[in-house]
Design a protein around this ligand. Sequence first.
Ligand SMILES: [Zn+2]
Length: 326
Amino acid sequence: MKTITGRFFWIFTLLVFAFAVQVRADSTVLLDDSLRQLGLRESALRKGDPAKSERFTGNGVPDIYAEKNVPYLEIGGIKVFLSRSVDVYRDNLTITGTDYQKVLVPLLWRSNALPKGVRRIVIDPGHGGKDVGKICNRTEYTEKSATLDTAFRLKNLLEKRGFEIILTRKEDVFVDLDDRAAMANRVKADLFISVHYNSSRPGDTTSSGIETYCLTPKGQLSTNKAKAKADVTAEPGNRMDYFNVQLAWSVQRQLINNTGAEDRGVRRARFAVLRPLNCPGILIEGGFMSSKEEGAKIANPAYRQKLAEAIAAGITDYNQRFRVGP
Ligand SMILES: [Zn+2]
């Protein structure tokens, strides 16, 4: 009896210790100090309350704008969601150590960690067949049609730029989520781009904007709070954390700058199509089919062409800025 109690005591102690280590592992860092290390300096604010917000600039890197209690940083004018909102410690803004490593370092530090040059890209048109996806109420245009059309437009543009393109589906057929990522791994893709369109809750016809997702780093919270759960499992796709956020930011930036759509940010999720990937990957939500205005735009081929052009430009930015090789 004594031994069993003793064993429980030790197991309990170990659990408490493990929890404490876990919590401490996500330490807090001062934004000012960490950005200084990356070569940026605090500069005068153009907006916001000086007691609660800070702006940083540097040579050849995007500007940063941070605000207390806000769940994202604006990096080069694009929202990048953090695993925890910006906080304050003795009048200084803070973020978590993991957000420093997983967001700021990849986007701001010109390191030697370069991806291989991109040649083969797998484009994944979301949904298909019995899985219709979202439906635009007014035009009855379906997400599965919109994603397939956008994917073909993107394929044409990227092929003209010399990339080899493989689609996870070329027609209106159902493809299992696992098979989409497996296909990218099987053909040894250098990038995986999943295209989707969004929808809001019934009755909401005004929410709009574009968001780009990449895989949530190990132990971090995903962006959409309703489903948020810290997961300590490292997925195969987490080996690409460094490049995933670079790809997501490059594409989101071009999408927002070229369409004028609302920037809903670079977000994190553990999507089934992103978890098993052996290459950098993102999932784009190219706008709200439920929105009166944006839904009508998505149903217009000229707008989908614009979206495809922006995605292609983002991929080119990623490839040129971060590549080695040809
Ligand atoms: Zn979808």
